[in-house]
Structure formats: structure tokens, C-alpha cells
Ligand binder design. Structure first.
Ligand code: KG4
Ligand code: ZN
Length: 339
């Protein structure tokens, strides 16, 4: 039987555990979302997130083992996301993983959360093969990476301020949409005109991103309309905001992919669930003769199967984390920094 890795993920507001066989076959993938708890505050409250993780972590791990029909003694290694993320949240998963590894005499594998998002593609598609360019877009990150071979990461560009998902969520909040607003904007935009509202596309030079100017411009537009008593067409505004974000993401990803001469582009993270981003990136990669891969929606957003998969490939490379493993809230994914 293939090696079974128990993955644990608690970096933000989802408590998740999964069992994955041989790095690619998902036997269970349990996600307990706290989103209803944070919704009333319009965003994630770190202290509440930590407390919720403490309450959920053991039942979630039990469910992951139960659904996979395995016991702890069947598990080969325990993999845990130890950063980047909220320190109090990460610590719950890291502590649980260390306790299980110690109690079960199992190897402990530390996984970078962003690397996990990338591996969601390896879980979903057998044909993903470096060299490739990867766009990881979530509520906390906007990273453009060059992956010349499995396990090697070169950061090409990242956001200088807000993440792409943050721009969706924060402008969406002012639109009156529940947190997280990304999926609701995606749905509203279907009936809207993406050219209806003129919004800025920031940082045309280089491969870094910046979304705070767009966020401010979007919020100002909504406030001005409110002051003048004007009704904003939600669908048109949603489509315009989404287009401003998608334009920049597609443009920079394609610039990087063409410059590096890769044949594959992959996307990961919660924003990779966006319909328009998927469609526009599909058009752009097709036109350039490249293949595009992205995970199914349930593997785009935070989950532990992706952590188990990334952990498995670290395990087979002989990597082990010490039981002194700590949470690193600003952990980077970059080979020069030891990853
Ligand atoms: O990867 P993820 O679950 O958590 C982080 O690591 O941050 O990503 C959550 C983010 C949120 O900002 C949410 O609004 C965004 O992903 N998101 C979307 C869509 N689905 C989730 N943004 C745009 N369109 C979507 N369909
Ligand atoms: Zn994430």
C-alpha cells in the first residue's frame, strides 16, 4: 500500500485534516470552515480563529482518519502547514501535528502553505510537469513563481500591499456582500459589463502586484455614489472590479511565462476559483500555445489534502522537521531561503 500522509492545515480560518495516499490519491479531506463565525465582523478575527481551531482540531483529525478508514498506526508521516498565516492559528495545527508525531513515533514534515496550494494541482492533474509558471492568488497572497523543477521555487513577483482576494473581499464588504466577497462578486459579474466603471490597473512595469490603489478607487466610487444618492449597478460594478483584478493577473503571468519560455501555466489559491480569471487565462495560454491547469474549486481554497500531498513529496526526499518546529507567520517560499 502507498504511504499514507496525514495532512493538517490551520493557517487561517479553516480547520482541515486529510489523508492522502502516495501524494496523489485523496482518501479523506475534511474542512471545518469558521466563516460564519467571522462573517459578522466582516473579516477574520485572529483571536477567534485560534479558539475555533482549538475546539475543532481533534474532531477534524478523527473524521479524516475515520473517513479514510485508517488508524494513526497506518499513517506513514504527519505533514503540517507551519506558515505563512496567522501565528495563533498555525500554532494549533503545528502543536497537534507534533503531538501526533511524537505519540505515534511518526516523522513530522513541515509544509509551506503556499507550496500546499501549488500541490493542489499535482493532486488534480497527472500532466502537470515543470518547468512552469505558477500564479498563487488567495485572501493572503498574490505570488508569481517560476518552478523549474519539482520542489524548486523562484519568486518572480508578489503583491506590495493587498492580496488579490483581499481586494475582492474589502471592496465587496463596502458593496454590502458577506465575507468572503470573492465568490459573490464572481456570481454578480456574470450579468455585468466589465467596462462599465473605469478602475485603475496598477503597476504596469515589472512582475510585482499592487491592489491597494484599486481597492481605494473602488471604495471611493461606492462612497461617492452613496453621497450623491445614486444607485450603483451591482453587476456592472462587480464585473468592472473583477476585470481590473483579472487583467493584471493575466497580463503579468503571461509576461513571465513568455519570458521564461515555459509550456505550462498553473494557478492555485482561493481566487483561482474565479470564473473570469479561469476563462481569461485559458484564452491567453491557448493563444500562446501553452497548457493551463488549475484545481477543482474544493482544492483551490484552503484544505489539508494539498498539505499532505506537498508533505509526501518532502517525505520521499528525506526531509524531516524537528519536534521543535515552530509556526512562522511570514514564512517565504523561495529556495534561497532554505525551502
Ligand atoms: O486560499 P483561500 O481559501 O485562503 C487563503 O489562503 O487566503 O482563499 C480565500 C480567498 C478569499 O479572498 C475569497 O474571496 C477568494 O479566495 N475567492 C474568490 C473566489 N472564491 C474564493 N475570489 C474571486 N472569485 C471566486 N470565485
Ligand atoms: Zn490559502
Amino acid at each position: 500500500m502507498a504511504e499514507l500522509v496525514l495532512g493538517i492545515e490551520t493557517s487561517c480560518d479553516e480547520t482541515a485534516a486529510a489523508v492522502v495516499a502516495g501524494g496523489r490519491r485523496i482518501l479523506s479531506n475534511i474542512v471545518a470552515s469558521q466563516v460564519n463565525m467571522h462573517r459578522r465582523y466582516g473579516g477574520v478575527v485572529p483571536e477567534i480563529a485560534s479558539r475555533e481551531h482549538v475546539a475543532a482540531i481533534l474532531p477534524v483529525i478523527d473524521s479524516a482518519l475515520g473517513e479514510a478508514q485508517v488508524r494513526l498506526s497506518d499513517i506513514t508521516a504527519v505533514a503540517v502547514a507551519y506558515g505563512p498565516g496567522l501565528v495563533g492559528s498555525l500554532l494549533v495545527g503545528v502543536s497537534a501535528a507534533k503531538a501526533l508525531a511524537f505519540a505515534g513515533g511518526l516523522p513530522l514534515i513541515g509544509v509551506n502553505h503556499i507550496e500546499g496550494h501549488i500541490y493542489a494541482n499535482f493532486l488534480a492533474h497527472a500532466d502537470v510537469k515543470p518547468p512552469l509558471v505558477c500564479l498563487t492568488v488567495s485572501g493572503g497572497h498574490t505570488d508569481l513563481l517560476y518552478i523549474p523543477e519539482v520542489g524548486t521555487y523562484r519568486m518572480l513577483g508578489c503583491t506590495r500591499d493587498d492580496a488579490a482576494g483581499e481586494a475582492f473581499d474589502k471592496v465587496g464588504r463596502v458593496m454590502g456582500l458577506p465575507y468572503p466577497a470573492g465568490p459573490a462578486i464572481d456570481r454578480l459579474a456574470v450579468d455585468g459589463d466589465p467596462q462599465a466603471v473605469a478602475l485603475p490597473r496598477a503597476l504596469s512595469e515589472g512582475l510585482d502586484f499592487s491592489f491597494s490603489g484599486l481597492k481605494t478607487a473602488g471604495i471611493n466610487y461606492l462612497h461617492n455614489a452613496k453621497q450623491k444618492g445614486e444607485q450603483v449597478n451591482q453587476a456592472d460594478f462587480a464585473a468592472s472590479l473583477q476585470e481590473a483584478i483579472v487583467d493584471v493577473l493575466v497580463d503579468k503571468t503571461m509576461q513571465a511565462a513568455k519570458h521564461l519560455g515555459v509550456n505550462q501555466v498553473i494557478m492555485s489559491g482561493g481566487v483561482a476559483a474565479n470564473t473570469r480569471l479561469r476563462w481569461r487565462m485559458e484564452q491567453a495560454t491557448n493563444a500562446a500555445g501553452m497548457s493551463l491547469f488549475y484545481p477543482p474549486i474544493e482544492l483551490c481554497t484552503d484544505n489539508a489534502a494539498m498539505i499532505a500531498s506537498a508533505g509526501y513529496f518532502r517525505y520521499v526526499r528525506g526531509e524531516r522537521a524537528p519536534l521543535s518546529l515552530n509556526a512562522i507567520p511570514d514564512l517565504r517560499l523561495h529556495n534561497d531561503e532554505g525551502i
